[in-house]
Design a protein around this ligand. Sequence first.
Ligand SMILES: Nc1ncnc2c1ncn2[C@@H]1O[C@H](COP(=O)(O)OP(=O)(O)OP(=O)(O)O)[C@@H](O)[C@H]1O
Ligand SMILES: [Mg+2]
Length: 454
Amino acid sequence: MIRVLIAEDDRNTLTGLVEILRQEGFEVVGAESGEEALQVLAYRQFDILLTDLRMPDMGGMELYEKAKIQAPQMKTIIMTAFNSVKDAVEAMKGGVYEYLTKPLDLDELFIILKKAVADFELERENEELKHRLQGVYRFENIIGTSKVMQDVFHAIIKVAKSDSTILVRGESGTGKELVARAIHYNSPRMKNSLIEVSCASFPESLLESELFGYEKGAFTGAAGRKVGRFELADNGTIFLDEIGEISGNVQTKLLRVLQEREITRLGGTSAINVNTRVIAATNRNLEEALDDGRFREDLYYRLNVIPITLPPLRDRKEDIPLLLDHFIRKYAKSNNRGPLTIHEDVLNICLEYHWPGNVRELENAMENAIVLGDGDKVLPEHLPVFIKMRKSDAAGDMGMILNAGASFREKLDFAEKLILEDAIRNANGNKSEAAKNLDISVRNMRYKISKYNL
Ligand SMILES: Nc1ncnc2c1ncn2[C@@H]1O[C@H](COP(=O)(O)OP(=O)(O)OP(=O)(O)O)[C@@H](O)[C@H]1O
Ligand SMILES: [Mg+2]
């Protein structure tokens, strides 16, 4: 409830105002002088001070200046006779919220009070937002100290309130699904369903019926009616993951839903209104797909109303320490290990590595290390071989090779080269020691060194 303190030396005006504002649902206290108002302020908080400008012992401005010290967030509205509007304007320059001329126009009074209340709510929200973000390096279960991630948190809170379509972009494992969930669960739709559809995991014809449903007999085998996911998500949110993978036909249908907010079940004749908020995600370069004609431009613009982009982990390495800490705690707990610390080298290796699989890869690495390791420290040897190799670009090349059209032999050779490089590095450049550690002959080592130009 909004609390209003009224200071007015004219008793009739005062009782009248107190009465009217109480009827309007405010919590009101009246004071017959500036002194009395200050006394009340000393033991109670108010949101709004409504004060007369001219009062015998203490004028409205003086009251305002003193009250400001006790209650800086309070908004002061000054009531003044018509002929002293100039003073009122001065007062506003001094920080007074608004002024009203006497005799009071009640409509005007309510408009100003309404505005003050709206401003309060806004301020409160901003405060809340600041509080949530200030030094808070996690939003729900999303961790991020970097500026870019803080911006993402901001964006989530902002867009959650609206019904706008959101496109979440980012490489695999950057947290797109987490963001989609955070948006839904911070939105007014949170009590209704969040339906997730991984578009790539359905063949084209199936995806269509999954999304839009079908009527009995719509195709051979359609024994009954099926309600589609858009309908299931009515008044809630549908999360269309891997949106870059949908066929032209489904693209067209999806465009229609976004434009008309209605669907038609397969084999159905009538359109059904749906109030479903769409959040889509992709790790693909949609712009490229546009150029190739694989993705409809009109759909792209409908989806891309508000893009949220999650940068790859290698571009926000400052997030790594906290992420490590987070996952170590998480997996120590689920594996019944006591509190674990992390060897400094593990941190350094992780900071150097380029994380092609982003946060997911880091999470898996920590889970692995905790399952495999023992003791009270996570050590470098518990890390997966690729990460341990330290040489980030080499591991990157390896990832590329694995995905590229190289032959088995070429891939093997490349892996061998990486292993040798790593062994030599670990032996501080001493090649015979590296050979010994790898348990291969020095002669064999020499051969490989010349083969791979090491
Ligand atoms: N900022 C983060 N803080 C904590 N955990 C994260 C963060 N980002 C990602 N994760 C974790 O990493 C894993 C992958 O995240 P998510 O599934 O959201 O990625 P994605 O972008 O949807 O990946 P893909 O494109 O492969 O579907 C999840 O286990 C998630 O909890
Ligand atoms: Mg995902």
